[in-house]
Design a protein around this ligand. Structure first.
Ligand code: ATP
Length: 430
């Protein structure tokens, strides 16, 4: 059963529990900018770490980079962004509100019914100036995607890594788009983070790799515990295909506000490396030792949003039961892995619990809580998505065992305190 007003409840939980707050809130906030608090930053780091581990560390064929946000402005001319990274914009002549033209039906303002201006193309790149003089010659852009930092470094990575086709380059970093209508909490914002991987392949092998990455990327979301029925592929229609792509799929998630893109998987052909070769005068090609010729590789791209993945994980994990709200976060991404509770604040239990905390802290992000009734302490952690609760009780003082409570089932088992590290690690990886 869908949960009523899920987005409102989630926004309020995120604020209350320290996941996400509005940026510059004490000054009245700034539209579409969000800050990640103590729990939010952990969740975000865990998502990025898991992506990096699976896309880079576990794969001999993928290298990582971290390119600069500001790049030579010619990068954006050759990529096509200066010319065509635009959205169609209309203004209401009456109430002055702005809309993306392709999001409204009819020719009247959806808010007040007023007359609309003709459509103008609005470039989504943020501009700024490099150096002290604010003139056209010193304009630079905040990157609207991380991908271009990978393409321009193709040879810089290929040469020292001595990779052979097919191989990939991965990057996680901030991107900026001056969106006309940012909306739905952190779903669409003007500043966000991307996790992108560009896979370089032989020209005739692009279709095959597109299918491979499509399945691989879907299985990542499923491995994070996201419900299969809320995920689907959306193949791009010819009208939807971006100018650089021959074929593309979106992975979509069923948000409370509809099916929306979570990640794009694109067959970009040799478009990017050819354009950068042409505009820079430096040929970005590959020497194939097998066939003894030079050619420009094709690229299959997987482009995911960190913040959008985080929102998806929260939406999918949020659950209400009569007695509690619970975030059923996968233990791999949960901000706090285990909470430690002395049952009561006497009889040596707090000291014992502190000892266990010390034992576990080098291995996991841990939370210690001794205040209030044990049921309330459990519920506070359920709402924060903490998968395991460890309780020190009178039996612990006798035989050094503790209760280990699992968040979703609320089932409890007795475990030797010395086995906790192994037991929790096993459960996180399960
Ligand atoms: P949309 O059609 O939603 O604007 P897009 O097709 O322009 O998205 P891509 O350029 O393919 O998106 O970007 C890849 C990924 O980056 C998206 O799937 C999304 O996860 C993330 N992303 C893009 N724009 C934003 C944004 N404004 N806010 C948050 N995440 C974004």
């Amino acid at each position: 059963m869908p949960i009523e007003n899920l987005m409102e409840k989630l926004v309020s939980l995120c604020k209350r529990r320290g996941f996400i707050f509005q940026s510059s809130e004490i000054y009245g906030g700034i539209n579409s900018c969000w800050d990640y608090g103590p729990l939010g930053v952990e969740l975000k780091r865990n998502i990025k770490q898991d992506w990096w581990r699976r896309m880079v560390h576990l794969r001999p064929d993928i290298e990582g980079i971290d390119a600069s946000i500001l790049m030579h402005p010619d990068v954006w001319r050759s990529s096509g962004h200066v010319e065509s990274f635009t959205d169609p914009l209309v203004d209401c002549k009456n109430c002055k509100q702005r809309f993306k033209a392709d999001e409204i039906d009819g020719d009247k303002c959806p808010v007040c019914g007023g007359e609309l201006t003709p459509v103008r193309q609005f470039n989504l790149m943020f501009k700024t100036f490099m150096g002290p003089v604010e003139e056209e010659a010193s304009v630079v852009y905040l990157r609207p995607e991380t991908a271009q930092g990978i393409y321009v470094n193709f040879l810089n990575v290929l040469n020292p890594s001595r990779q052979k086709l097919p191989f990939g380059i991965a990057q996680i970093g901030k991107a900026f788009r001056n969106e006309i209508t940012p909306s739905n909490f952190i779903f669409r914002t003007r500043e966000f983070e991307q996790m992108e991987m560009q896979y370089f392949v032989k020209p005739q092998e692009d279709e095959e790799w597109l299918e491979y990455w499509k399945e691989k990327r879907m299985s990542w979301y499923i491995s994070l515990g996201i419900k299969k029925e809320n995920l689907r592929f959306h193949p791009h229609t010819p009208e939807e295909l971006p100018h650089y792509a021959r074929k593309a799929y979106d992975i979509q998630y069923h948000f409370p506000f509809g099916w929306k893109e979570l990640e794009g998987i694109h067959d970009r052909t040799d478009y990017d490396l050819s354009r950068h070769s042409e505009f820079s005068g430096k040929r970005l090609s590959y020497y194939d030792e097998g066939t003894k010729n030079h050619y420009i590789p094709y690229i299959v791209e997987t482009s995911a949003g960190v913040n959008r993945t985080l929102l998806t994980i929260l939406v999918d994990a949020y659950d209400e039961e009569p007695e509690r709200v619970v975030l059923r976060l996968h233990p791999r991404v949960a901000p706090i892995k285990a909470a430690i509770f002395p049952l009561v604040k006497r009889d040596g239990m707090p000291e014992k619990a502190r000892k266990i905390e010390e034992l576990l802290r080098p291995h996991f992000n841990i939370f210690y809580d001794e205040s209030g009734a044990i049921g309330r302490r459990y519920r506070r952690q359920d709402e924060a998505g903490t998968p395991f609760g460890i309780t020190v009780d009178s039996q612990t003082m006798e035989d050094d065992t503790v209760t280990l409570r699992e968040r979703d089932s609320m089932g409890q088992v007795r475990v030797e305190a010395d086995d906790l590290i192994t037991e929790i690690k096993r459960r996180i990886e399960a």
